[in-house]
Design a binder for this molecule. Structure first.
Ligand code: TC6
Ligand code: FAD
Length: 705
């Protein structure tokens, strides 16, 4: 194939070459003069499917949350995917920034119309609740990168729902849900993202006109980053320091109109634009926003948790001071599901490719093996499948916890909010960090072809790695969890009851060392003992530093590395525990082979993390070197046991090719054919000679530059 394309230029006169070139793309699809590139599915993948020993759709149903939900998902997917109008003739990543954005808007509008006209009529508002992850999945058939509308349904609408009074909701929600207005969430500023109490934008109440004056006092107070802010949104939630009657009451959310509803021009007093090229998110017009004494009506402050009365009196309604942070908690919970979904996509691509790709010789002279037959490749990939399961099941569990706490809070009970904040913070931190690392591992596992944008792995990585930062940086969120853990430890030490997710401390404070036991339950218990050991060490360090004269804040800061490690260990133990319990629960009525393979994956995850943390096990439990050796052996046996079912396991994620959007991961395994088909769509292949040859190359080569 290569010879024919490469040799073309040399063998023909320029005119013949040009004429021939119109056939260039077609010709390149020929392997030799008679044989076109194969359209039939890859045989190795077919064999893999034949040897899979479990019912794939049973696992699909488990991951979807039941057979009915699978049916519903497929129905929504088929409605959305049957609309071919959105397909890109030219791959979106080969367009310039402006065209890319315009194309993303075109597709967002078409997709929104499909959702409004067809999906909403099918599911009603349920589409925003239990079906929202299905919509998220389906959207990937339309966008390889991010839709400029993501923040509208992702944060603008949820903030109105979570922070608005019933009257405000009934005014804004119908307009927002009908896309009569498009909004985003502008909290982060140039100068501050993490420390939101330090935000600088001000909202000063003027009782004479019953308005708030929104102002950006300096460059660092400009809003920065909000998705869809640069060009798309005409409204946004602005988080600003509230001043009334000469006093600052801290940050509060306001609905602010920034563009004219008809002309879309920025309104006077508003300065808005896009922030420029980024590592990913390049179709999401992330924006900047500044205000020059810009006035909004009093009732545009979202007043569910606190109010400013007409005369300027400030009234606190909420029973907990951090309820204004509610949208962030909601999005952190949602993100665990989001990254599980993206990791499952990466694992599907890399596993299918690894079954198609053959490389090197295991034994000299024998056929080249499928690369999935190398144990090192299995080590890279199977943990990705297991982690996608672990995160998916943890995310379902976290969603239930979130819903229960929300229901309590509706009744005025905020008692469980600290535990929810601690859990959602660490699960967000670990799930995003694990997923980003494992998606990159999938890319590396695909060798050179994994580096192609058409594999979709680089794009998946670019937006999943951002999840580690946005909605709360990894370290910062783990430190939030650490605050909760240290307090819980002190409670357990003094014999007071602690909340369910830290109940392991009650046993651990006594100081016993846990004796290793290689069963699933044994490994989970060991993981909790490691967490307890790290929390205890952090407490000891803080106390020692304070004894040596440090203030608590300094002692805390100096112990930061240990505190982050303790929160990480706690979260890992929680994930291991939830993943185990949910696997056992969800497969209770499954067929024996499904039970077996789900158990193998679960054990693989547990053994993987035990082996990753051998130092901790040796330090904080009574694990011996022999225990580690047997754990390693078990892990390697699990790789071999999972190997025949690997393709079946990723098929069970049930991604249509339109959603996967990958040359390497398509169901039929036509990897090489697709790579060539995509290469030929490159704009550089649209003409035989690029004009730079005449402008620069030729003068250089002829010494005339
Ligand atoms: C598609 C892309 C979309 C992206 C969008 C974005 O990125 S949007 C932008 C996203 N931006 C971000 O995500 C910014 C990340 N930054 C933040 O969320 C906050 O600045 C902070 C949490 C780091 C600190 O906040 P702070 O300085 O106000 O607090 P503090 O540390 O002084 O702790 C005081 C007490 O409050 C407690 N508490 C805190 N939060 C919560 C909560 N949510 N709930 C309940 N409780 C909470 C805490 O546990 C502590 O309790 P304790 O121990 O005293 O009993
Ligand atoms: C793709 C993308 C989309 C985004 N979308 C939005 C959006 O729609 N709306 C919006 O409002 N924002 C958005 N953001 C902003 C995002 O929420 C912030 O970037 C994020 O919260 C991190 O804050 P920061 O940038 O201030 O980082 P910094 O806080 O400056 O972090 C820099 C470093 O300092 C460390 N650090 C900071 N504070 C502490 C501490 N207390 N202790 C120890 N270490 C610390 C961090 O760990 C990190 O290593 C987006 C960001 C990205 C990348």
């Amino acid at each position: 194939m290569g010879t024919r394309c490469e040799g073309l230029r040399d063998s023909l006169s320029p005119i013949a070459y040009y004429e021939e070139y119109s056939h260039f793309r077609l010709d390149c699809l020929k392997i030799d003069d008679n044989k076109e590139l194969s359209m039939s599915a890859n045989e190795d993948l077919a064999k893999e499917r034949a040897r899979c020993d479990f019912n794939v759709s049973e696992i699909t149903n488990i991951l979807d949350g039941g057979i009915e939900r699978t049916k519903q998902r497929k129905k929504i997917e088929s409605i959305a995917l049957s609309n071919g109008k959105c397909c890109d003739v030219t791959p979106e990543e080969t367009l310039g920034p402006k065209e890319r954005y315009e194309n993303a808007i075109r597709k967002s509008c078409l997709y929104t119309k499909i959702v409004k006209d067809q999906v909403l009529t099918l599911t009603g508002l349920e589409v925003l609740g239990s079906n929202s992850s299905v919509l998220r999945r389906t959207a990937d058939a339309f966008f390889k990168d991010i839709s400029p509308f993501l923040l509208h349904l992702g944060m603008f609408v949820p903030t109105i729902m979570g922070q608005g009074t019933p009257e405000q909701q009934s005014y804004w929600l119908p307009r927002a849900l009908d896309f009569q207005i498009i909004g985003t969430y502008a909290q982060t500023e140039l100068g501050h993202g993490t420390f939101i109490r330090g935000l600088e934008t001000t909202a000063t109440y003027d009782p004479d006109t019953e308005e708030f004056v929104i102002h950006s006092p300096r460059l660092t107070s400009y809003k920065w980053w909000a998705g869809g802010l640069g060009k798309t949104s005409n409204y946004c939630i602005v988080v600003a320091q509230l001043y009334t009657q000469g006093k600052c009451y801290g940050i509060h959310p306001f609905i602010v109109q920034i563009r004219d509803e008809d002309t879309h021009m920025p309104l006077p007093g508003v300065r808005v634009g896009e922030i420029g090229p980024r590592m990913g998110f390049n179709t999401a017009d992330n924006g900047f926003l500044g205000f020059d004494h810009y006035r909004i009506p009093r009732n545009h402050m979202l007043m569910k948790n606190s109010q400013v009365l007409k005369d300027g009196t400030y009234v606190k309604v909420a029973s907990h001071s951090k309820l204004t942070y509610g949208t962030m908690v909601f999005v952190r919970v949602m993100l665990v599901n989001e990254v599980a979904f993206n990791l499952a996509k990466a694992a599907t691509i890399a596993v299918r490719y690894s079954a198609v790709r053959r490389q090197s010789e295991k034994i000299s002279g024998e056929p080249e093996p499928q690369i999935i037959d190398y144990v090192t490749q299995q080590h890279k990939l199977f943990v990705c499948i297991a982690t996608a399961h672990a995160l998916q099941l943890s995310s379902n569990w976290l969603w239930k916890t979130f819903s229960a706490v929300l229901a309590d809070m509706r009744g005025g009970n905020t008692e469980n909010l600290p535990e929810l904040h601690a859990l959602s913070s660490c699960l967000k931190a670990l799930s995003t960090s694990d997923s980003a690392a494992l998606i990159e591992q999938c890319r590396l596992a695909c060798g050179g072809h994994g580096y192609m944008l058409s594999s979709n792995l680089p794009l998946l990585y670019s937006f999943v790695t951002a999840t580690r930062t946005y909605e709360g940086d990894y370290t910062v969120l783990l430190l939030q969890t650490a605050r909760f853990l240290i307090k819980a430890w002190e409670q357990a030490e003094s014999g007071n009851p602690v909340t369910p997710t830290v109940s392991y401390m009650e046993e651990a404070v006594v100081g016993n060392k846990y004796k290793w036991n290689g069963s699933a339950e044994g490994i989970i218990k060991a993981a909790y003992y490691v967490a307890a050991g790290k929390i205890s060490s952090s407490v000891t360090s803080i106390r020692k530093r304070m004894k040596n004269g440090k203030a608590f804040e300094d002692a805390w800061e100096l112990t930061g590395v240990q505190l982050v490690a303790a929160a990480e260990a706690h979260c890992r133990a929680v994930i291991c525990d939830v993943y185990r319990k949910e696997t056992v629960r969800l497969t209770a009525n499954s067929s024996p082979n499904v039970k077996t393979v789900m158990d193998q994956l679960n054990m693989l995850y547990l053994s993987h993390w035990a082996l990753e943390r051998t130092g901790d096990l040796l330090r904080y439990t009574s694990t011996t070197e022999d225990d580690i050796i047997s754990c390693q052996q078990r892990y390697e046996e699990l790789l071999a046991a999972i190997r025949p079912n690997a393709v079946g396991l990723v098929d069970a994620f049930d991604f249509p090719d339109e959603i996967l959007q990958s040359t390497l991961g398509a169901y039929d395994g036509r990897v090489y054919e697709r790579l060539m088909e995509e290469a030929l769509k490159s704009p550089l292949n649209a003409e035989p000679v690029n004009r730079s040859f005449h402008q620069y190359l030729k003068p250089l080569m002829q010494g005339k530059l």
